[in-house]
Design a protein around this ligand. Structure first.
Ligand code: IPE
Ligand code: IPE
Ligand code: MG
Length: 236
């Protein structure tokens, strides 16, 4: 197998450990989130350089709405400012920007900023950067089930014809290949309600490095580890 074949098409991240990074420095959790944006920038660049086609980032879960209001507000503000700041870099690097999740829960201002950046970068073809915002795997499966049930009731789809491919088309990730590699930082080894359906055969990579410290060398190490994995998909 050539080295090219060992490059994952879709790399996904559970970016974790911002709060602990800040706490270790005697600072407010917020500083960890600020510094984490630098890691997003570095990893986006590293992914483009490595020839990854889809980079997805779990930025805010449905459960994260339960955090203190001030932290939620700062995170949303940070998202807004990053969107405004990064448009030129994304365009220059040929990166299409996509946000997936229960976006109705976001403020109208953020929703329209997201729509604007998605529209602007929709012509980019080198890599797709997906940010999962107000997302959870169970929410995704439920919304897909509801919409599918409606289509069955309306006679658009026959229940007996529903297979895995049909169901995948109702998930918010329709059209996006399932992640080949899922990296979680900060030492936690759990899925935290992320891509439950889509990660059925994903390779997992855990590292103790906290997200704000996860930069290009750490990303390259994860890609190198992936290159040695043997994926069998249940076969022998
Ligand atoms: C990840 O860092 C960012 C989000 C989940 C929004 P955390 O904020 O979860 O940081 P820790 O896990 O408390 O250190
Ligand atoms: C997972 O991190 C969600 C994101 C990275 C957006 P959390 O910090 O929310 O996960 P738990 O609570 O430790 O499982
Ligand atoms: Mg965390």
């Amino acid at each position: 197998m050539t080295e090219q074949n060992n490059t994952p098409v879709h790399v996904s991240f559970i970016m974790d450990g911002n709060g602990r990074w800040a706490k270790a420095r005697g600072k407010d959790r917020i500083y960890g989130h600020f510094e984490g944006v630098e890691s997003v920038r570095a990893c986006t660049e590293a992914a483009v350089e490595a020839g990854v086609k889809y980079l997805s980032l779990f930025a805010f879960s449905e459960e994260n709405w339960n955090r203190p209001a001030a932290e939620v507000e700062t995170l949303m503000g940070l998202m807004m400012r990053s969107i405004e700041k990064e448009v030129d870099t994304l365009m220059k690097n040929g990166v299409r920007f996509v946000v997936l999740g229960n976006l109705g829960r976001l403020s109208e201002g953020l929703q329209s900023a997201i729509a604007g950046l998605m529209e602007k970068t929709s012509i980019c073809e080198r890599m797709t950067l997906i940010v999962f915002l107000s997302y959870s795997g169970k929410w995704d499966i439920l919304q897909a089930s509801r919409r599918l049930a409606e289509d069955v009731a309306a006679g658009k789809v026959k229940a007996e014809n529903v297979d895995q491919d049909t169901f995948s088309q109702y998930l918010i990730t329709a059209g996006v290949p399932d992640p080949d590699l899922l990296i979680r930082t900060s030492g936690e080894q759990r899925i935290s309600n992320f891509l439950l359906w889509q990660a059925a055969y994903t390779e997992f990579y855990y590292t103790d490095v906290l997200w704000p410290d996860f930069r290009k060398p750490e990303f390259r190490a994860a890609l190198a580890a992936y290159a040695h994995r043997s994926r069998r998909f249940g076969k022998v």
